[in-house]
Design a protein around this ligand. Structure first.
Ligand SMILES: [Zn+2]
Ligand SMILES: [Zn+2]
Length: 317
């Protein structure tokens, strides 16, 4: 099968179809999409080498498996189920975990992937393939609200109107929060407003304007410092950014202001699928382009354009 490999550079190569291990099934990839994490990996984040990609929708093709023929999305953390963290309901933090296309496990920019059956979730027929690929990033957006009780009466600032910032904003809007989404790039705030989101240019944010919760979705090492400047004392900073370049914020300000720092990564797929199925979150306007898998190198170039949101790869063309 053809696969997009990262080995110092991105290469489209012929590699063997993976052999499912015990508990795994083989999935034919239908659609995948490019995440900021993929763009960071090619800058050196996680030191990953191999088949890239973790956002997908596919069809199970393993004979005699109950999921055979089902359209599925897959959680990216492959956990052992036996370690202390797995046994204490923290499977996404499993000591022995492999992470699809990010850490030690083959990714989805390929014809097929072998994944633990327990990672898979059936996609309802009403969700189109290019929308179903948003399940993983939408789950990451919903995770914030799973982790943190936010009061609807208190202001929330979301920094970054990119792929993840837009999904976080859509979920915040759904819950009736007093949120404002900020971005430096005027086109992005104009686009966010065209989708009915409460977005403003960063230039409109005055130095004294602060929120009780700041969510950093900038995908930029400097985002943390910016968010800390606009957080009330005893407020919470939620970090969604993972970058190859690590930031060094002033830790004294965290002590002096008694800030709570909350790291937030992968979320639960079920609530994300529910939001998509009921059309409570419609990510389809965030699709900035669709490329055939054979054009995936062009797709990466397009994904690097900061004005673009989600780039979808169609593996059936
Ligand atoms: Zn992702
Ligand atoms: Zn484990």
């Amino acid at each position: 099968m053809q696969a997009l490999i990262f080995e110092n550079e991105l290469l489209l190569k012929d590699v063997p179809v993976p052999e499912p291990a015990a508990g795994e099934v083989l999935v034919k990839i239908l659609y995948s999409s490019i995440c900021n994490t993929d763009l960071e990996i090619i800058k050196g984040y996680m030191g990953f080498r191999g088949v890239l990609g973790h956002e997908f929708v596919g069809r199970v093709i393993t004979e005699s498996h109950p999921l055979r023929g089902k359209t599925v999305v897959g959680e990216i953390n492959c956990s052992c189920g036996k370690c202390y963290l797995c046994l204490s309901s923290r499977r996404t933090h499993c000591t022995n975990r492999l992470v699809t296309g990010i850490d030690g496990h083959q990714g989805v920019f390929a014809g097929f992937i072998s994944l633990p059956a327990e990672n898979l979730h059936i996609v309802p027929d009403s969700i189109p393939g290019p929308v179903a690929v948003f399940t993983e990033p939408l789950a990451a957006a919903v995770e914030i609200f799973e982790q943190l009780h936010m009061k609807p009466s208190k202001p929330v600032f979301i920094f970054g109107a990119g792929k993840l910032g837009m999904l976080v904003s859509m979920v915040a809007r759904l819950q009736g929060f007093d949120y404002t989404t900020f971005d430096l790039i005027p086109e992005k705030t104009v686009f966010a407003r065209s989708l009915g989101l409460n977005a403003k240019s960063l230039k409109e944010l005055l130095p004294g304007e602060k929120a009780e919760v700041c969510i950093d979705c900038t995908g930029n090492a400097e985002g943390i410092k910016l968010a800390l400047k606009h957080l009330w004392p005893r407020g919470t900073l939620v970090l969604k950014t993972t970058v190859a370049d690590t930031a060094k914020p002033d830790l004294n300000s965290i002590v002096i202001n008694e800030f709570t720092i909350l790291g937030s990564r992968c979320g639960l797929f079920k609530p994300a699928l529910n939001l998509l199925e009921r059309n409570l979150v419609d990510p389809s306007p965030l699709i900035s382009g669709e490329f055939a898998f054979t054009d995936i190198l062009k797709a990466f170039e397009s994904a690097k354009n900061p004005l673009n949101h989600k780039i979808i790869i169609n593996h059936q063309l």
